[in-house]
Design a protein around this ligand. Structure first.
Ligand code: RFL
Length: 403
C-alpha cells in the first residue's frame, strides 16, 4: 500500500470531516462509513508514519468488545495476547495480582497500537473510505455558525478549505481541533503530576510473564510486554532529562537495579529502538463540543500513561460520537449527539481519577527539605493495602482494566 495508491480526487466537503487518523479518527471513520454517513479523514502525516508509530499496547476488555461489535477486531483476535497478571516489586518484597480473576474479571489484550491503527486503516480504505494524508488541518472556522469549515495545508504548502456539517477533532492534544475552540467557550482542567518517565521500546523478549511495576528509592521502573520480541520499559527520570543522555548500558543497569534483577532474575537485554521522555500530565476540556466541532480522544482529554487508558478512551468516545452523528444525520434526532459530552466526561474523569491514584502508588514524592517523608509513608500504606486487602484488589482490578 502506498500513499499514491490512495490519492483520492480532491473532494472538498463531507458531512463529517474527521481530523486525524489515530485510533479515535479511524474507529469513528469506520463506524460512520458502515452507517452510510459521508465522511472524510484529513491526516497531517504520511501513510507510513501513521502505520508504524509505536505507542499504546494494553487494550481494555471494553475496547475489545467495541471493536468486535463492529467487526474491527480481526487482527487483535488473531495476534493479540491476553494478559491478566501484574507483579509489584517493592522494598518489602514482591507480590502478584491475578487481576483477570478479580473485580470485573476481565483481562487486558496486548496488541500494539500501530498494528491496530494499520488494521483500521486497511478496513477504512477497503470499504471505500476517503482519507487525505500529508494534509494538516490548520483551523476549524464557524463551528457555531451556519457553514463550518476546515482550513488545510497540504505537504507542498498549498492551502485549501473543507466544508462540513460536523467536524470531529481526533487530532490529539496539539491539534487544530483544540486550538479552534474560542477562549472561554470551554473550561480547561489541567494537572502536571511533576513526574517524568523515560519511555523505552526494546528489541528484547519480555522478562516476566506479567506487567511489572517496580518501586525503588531511585524511582519507578515498569515492564510491559508488547510482543514475543518487543518489550516496553519505563524509567522514572528527573524533569528536564534528555532521552539521548541515557546510554543503552545506563538504561539496562538502572532497569536491573530498580527491577531487582539480582533477586528476582535477569532481564533479557536488547537494542533500544525508541526512547522518549514523557512528562506525566493530564488535562480535560469541558464540554467536549463547540457547536458542530466535537473533541475526541487525546484532543478531548490527555491522560497520563500511568494506567494505560488513553487509546481505550479514544475508542469508546469514537463509538459514542458515531452513534450520535448517525442518529443526527440519518434520523434528524440530535438527542444522542447532545449527550456526547456528558457521557464521555463521566468515563474520562473516572479514568483520570484512577490514573492519578496509580501515579501516587508508583512514585516517591520528595518531601520538603528536612521534613519526614509523609507522602512516602502514605504510598507504602497504599501498596500494603493492595497486597493484603481482597476488597482493595477487586477495586484495583475493576479500574485497572475497566473503562
Ligand atoms: P493520536 O493517536 O495522537 O492520533 C492523532 C492523529 O492526528 C494527527 N494530527 C493531525 N492531523 C491533521 N491535522 C492536524 N492538525 C493534526 N495534528 C495531529 C496525528 O498525526 C495522528 O495521526 O490520538 P487519538 O486517536 O486520540 O488516540 C490517543 C492515543 O494515541 C493515546 O491516548 C495513547 O497512545 C495513550 N497511551 C496508552 N493508551 C492506552 O489505552 N493503553 C496503553 O497501553 C497506552 N500506552 C500511551 C501509552 C501513550 C504513550 N505516549 C505517547 C505518551 C504509552 C505511551 C508511551
Amino acid at each position: 500500500m502506498t500513499d499514491s495508491q490512495y490519492a483520492w480526487p480532491a473532494h472538498d466537503s463531507a458531512d463529517v470531516v474527521i481530523l486525524g487518523a489515530g485510533p479515535a479518527g479511524l474507529v469513528l471513520g469506520n463506524l460512520l462509513l458502515r452507517a452510510g454517513i459521508d465522511c472524510a479523514i484529513l491526516e497531517r502525516s504520511g501513510l507510513e508514519c501513521v502505520r508504524t508509530r509505536a505507542r499504546a499496547g494494553f487494550l481494555a476488555a471494553n475496547t475489545v468488545r467495541i471493536l468486535a461489535r463492529h467487526g474491527l477486531d480481526e487482527g487483535l483476535r488473531r495476534y493479540g495476547q491476553e494478559h491478566r497478571v501484574c507483579e509489584f516489586r517493592t522494598e518489602g518484597g514482591r507480590f502478584r495480582l491475578d487481576y483477570g480473576r478479580l473485580g470485573s474479571k476481565d483481562p487486558h489484550t496486548v496488541y500494539p497500537q500501530h498494528e491496530l491503527v494499520a488494521d483500521l486503516l486497511t478496513q477504512f480504505l477497503d470499504a471505500g473510505g476517503r482519507i487525505r494524508f500529508d494534509t494538516e488541518a490548520v483551523a476549524v472556522s464557524d463551528a457555531d455558525g451556519p457553514a463550518p469549515s476546515v482550513t488545510v495545508r497540504e505537504a507542498d504548502g498549498r492551502t485549501g478549505r473543507w466544508r462540513a456539517r460536523y467536524v470531529a477533532a481526533c487530532d490529539g492534544r496539539h491539534g487544530a481541533g483544540r486550538r479552534s475552540v474560542p477562549p472561554g467557550a470551554v473550561r480547561h482542567y489541567r494537572r502536571d503530576h511533576g513526574v517524568s518517565w523515560l519511555g523505552l521500546l526494546a528489541e528484547a523478549p519480555p522478562s516476566l510473564d506479567a506487567v511489572g511495576y517496580a518501586l525503588h528509592p531511585h524511582g519507578y521502573a515498569g515492564h510491559m510486554a508488547r510482543s514475543a520480541e518487543i518489550t516496553r520499559y519505563y524509567l522514572q527520570c528527573a524533569r528536564g532529562t534528555r532521552a539521548d543522555t541515557w546510554s543503552e548500558d545506563r538504561v539496562w543497569d538502572a532497569l536491573d537495579l530498580r527491577m531487582r534483577a539480582a533477586e528476582y532474575g535477569p532481564l533479557s537485554r536488547g537494542r533500544l529502538v525508541q526512547r522518549a521522555v514523557v512528562d506525566l500530565a493530564s488535562d480535560v476540556l469541558e464540554p467536549l463540543r463547540h457547536g458542530a466541532l466535537f473533541l475526541v480522544g487525546d484532543a478531548a482529554a490527555l491522560i497520563s500513561p500511568s494506567a494505560a487508558k488513553g487509546a481505550n478512551l479514544a475508542v469508546l468516545e469514537a463509538e459514542i460520537l458515531a452513534q450520535g452523528l448517525t442518529a443526527a444525520l440519518r434520523e434528524g434526532d440530535p438527542t444522542a449527539l447532545d449527550a456526547y459530552s456528558d457521557r464521555c466526561l463521566a468515563h474520562i474523569w473516572r479514568a483520570q481519577e484512577f490514573s492519578h491514584w496509580m501515579i501516587g502508588l508508583l512514585h516517591e514524592t520528595p518531601a520538603p527539605q528536612g521534613a519526614p517523608p509523609f507522602q512516602e509513608r502514605l504510598r507504602r500504606s497504599r501498596i500494603s493495602a493492595l497486597r493484603d486487602s481482597p476488597t482493595q484488589q477487586d477495586w484495583f482490578a475493576e479500574n485497572y482494566v475497566g473503562i
